[in-house]
Design a protein. Sequence first.
Length: 744
Amino acid sequence: MPLFTRRRRRASSTDRFAVLIRRLRWPVAILWFVMIVLLNPVAGGLSKATNDTPAAYLPHSASSTKVAEIEEAAAGGKGEPQTDDMVIIFERKTGLTEQDSTVIAAARTAVAGLVGTTAGLTAPGDVTVSDDKQAAVFGTGVTAPQQDITDDDAAAVKAVRDALDKATASTSGLQVAVTGAAAATTDSGNETETGLLLSAVIIVGIVLLLVYRSPVLWALPLIGAGGAVVVAQAGAHGLASAGLTISSLSTSILIVLVFGAGTDYALLLTHRYREELSLHALPEDAMSVALRRTLPTLLASAGTVVAAMLCLLAAGSGAVRGLGPVGVVGVLAALVAEVTFYPALLLIFGRVAFWPRVPREGKGGHEESRFWARIGNGVARRPAPVTAISVVLLIAACAGLFALNFNSDPLNNVKGNPGSVVGTRLISQHFPVGISYPLVILTPPDEAAATETTARGTPNVSSVEAGPAVQGYSSFSVVLSVTPFGDKAWDTIKQLRSELDSSAPKALVGGFPAVQYDSEQQARHDATVVIPLVLLVILIVIGLLLRAVVAPIVLVVTTALSFAASFGLASLLWKDAFGFDGIDPSIPIYIFVFLVALGVDYNIFLAARIREESRHLGTKRGTLRGLSVTGGVITAAGVVLAATFAALAQLPSVQLTEVGSAVALGVLLDTLLVRTVLVPASILTIGDKSWWPSREKLPSSDEPASATEKPASEPEPEPESESESESKSEPAVAEESTEHPVKG
């Protein structure tokens, strides 16, 4: 009698695609891991390739851009050097004493001693005492290549602050603060991409663990998304090396974009894969069907986001324009990873990935959400009133837009009350308010006299001082008597430029206030061009996907309304909960593109399934079935995406917090109200006309049906022979055959 039984044979698939993906699962996974290792050094260098200079946010034709380019050329060297100012202020409310003057002189000497030993630090200027004799200031700066300026700012500001602490330790009552652009950059944070990536992994990992309740499955989408992040960052680095303008804001957003979109794609694929595992004996057969069914939807979703991102190429701002290709690289990396790397991982683990809730063939899945089925049935009873109420609620949320305040002050990007904020407030109390951020005028020498006369005669100008020649231009530093960032400053800049056009037509007005003014004007122009273009592109893509006109219009209108409502609620959140003074004018376009482009994913997930089910069940029953099947996965995907963007709120930057909180809030509103209530209610209200001009005959929906009814076209399974039943009962992972001793 043999000691061992015959090796158990694994059931083989008859589907060529299933056989192919099973054979390729290990090579694909290994290839991805090798790619991650090889590309990681390139991806890690992306932060050094960013461009945050004033010219990055301005069109080439702007006057302030030309001034910045001339100043950069004058600095010489490679890498387009950038100079960030640093202003040190000393204040004693009762008036500066002789001892204070001695301490201030010693402090200036200490800062001068850092020049040469601290990278980029320039020699300090002379000490200036305020008219009220209560404060004194002197300035210095940091000059470094663009790729090093942020790190050099942080190092120089820390060194200066440490030196000042030592120099002023012997006196009490003398307040010292370091402000200016270098200090503001440092205080707004220099969070590393690694830290942001780790935060996103932790947040999304917790959400996925709660969604799947599996010790294995939650990690697989994260591995896929992590690989996509590395590929996307390496691709973005390549674009930057080719000359594309990529800002640090774009690199931070790239991480959460890839993580959010990739996890969304993984959730949709997992949802369909688990559904198919209850219908197939072999995981590769289930994955084959799942990929065939979901890939068109994923391609349409990613294609829509890509098309929306490419619309940013119409923007005039270099940083906004550069975000388009960066977003395209990120979305494509996420898509490729989640349809190759992630399925390979799922097939390697087999059904055990879903433990302890392992889907078994013939036991039926629980992919229909009972909660959303009940919601759908409730909506179906009175769809028109539900539509009206939802629209009214969204319009009411739009009222928050009246609380929206635009603020171009760079200190508005700094959270809390650090030294840069304190220093600016002290300066405004004792010196002309614009001394920290003067305007810079460059003019040909033959127009210098006329330029100076015109500048001195312009309202809201406190002082005009001649500076050293720059690249053959005469230069002037113009200090404003009004806040350098705001309507009064903008009016002054416009009037100054207008008068110089007559008296000194070749003069150029730049400097940080002019940069912010030109950036705001460009941001407003870009919004009027990009926003309608994005909506039009989304309308066309969804129209092609659904082969209809009415339904896509409904989806795009609800998308625009959802964005406006989300932006209104976010404005109230920034003002009343976070206490922010306003939002930079360039930020809304970022929020719009990500909220609309990513939110359209849920439109496509829902509408494609409703259209699919409506062909079998009719519009009413198909809508209810589509909602019950996709409502759960849309909710899970929305929560994951919201959690991913919420990771931005932890950063010291106000701008990133505003983008992250607005997108997170908007995604939740999209997920819980717009896509899962308003859109189904609208389609139910319109009925079969939703699919106009399609002439396809749909089944009647008059017969009562449950929201979870299966499509009528799905045939009942035929009785299996005994051999087929035994074959299908074999474990799907039985490539690992086992041998058992025979009891004799």
